[in-house]
Ligand binder design. Structure first.
Ligand SMILES: [Zn+2]
Length: 151
């Protein structure tokens, strides 16, 4: 998780939670996060309708505009296992698990770096998406000129 763009990576958290709520799928199982554009892969039972993708984009922007606080707390590994899937955490995460929370919207074990508030992300846009063999790939960008200045 080193040197991953904190803005894009925080957007990934919000997108993942939005996918879970909207499509009922899991969080992304694979992600390529870069400063200019990023992509996330999801396993889906059926391809989403274009309106669903639009609704997902709208919802992510709602969470950004709500300017929610992004904060981290820690749980013991045993407690974390009861609530979260720890498969994507590196083994060296150890016995204390860091949980990153986006307001009350999302909570996810993560060792990465995030912005302090969602308002810093700017405008979220899904540029393209496609489905191949039950894998939905979403590519997205952030327009940071729309971002609130960091406080
Ligand atoms: Zn993270």
């Amino acid at each position: 998780m080193k040197s991953i763009d904190p803005h894009m990576h925080t957007a990934e958290h919000i997108l993942n939670q939005t996918m879970v709520r909207t499509l009922g799928c899991g969080r992304c199982f694979s992600a390529h996060i870069e400063k200019k554009k990023s992509k996330c892969d999801y396993r889906v039972a059926q391809p989403p309708a274009p309106e669903q993708i639009k609704a997902i984009e709208t919802q992510v922007n709602k969470i950004i505009q709500a300017d929610l606080e992004v904060r981290a707390d820690t749980l013991t590994r045993a407690d974390a296992l009861q609530q979260f899937d720890l498969q994507r955490l590196p083994e060296e995460a150890g016995d204390t698990i860091r949980i990153v929370r986006v307001g009350d919207y999302d909570a996810c074990p993560c060792v990465g770096i995030h912005v302090a508030r969602t308002g810093q992300l700017g405008a979220f846009r899904i540029t393209t998406w496609d489905v191949n063999d039950d894998i939905l790939r979403i590519r997205f960008k952030l327009d940071r000129s729309a971002a609130a200045s960091p406080s």
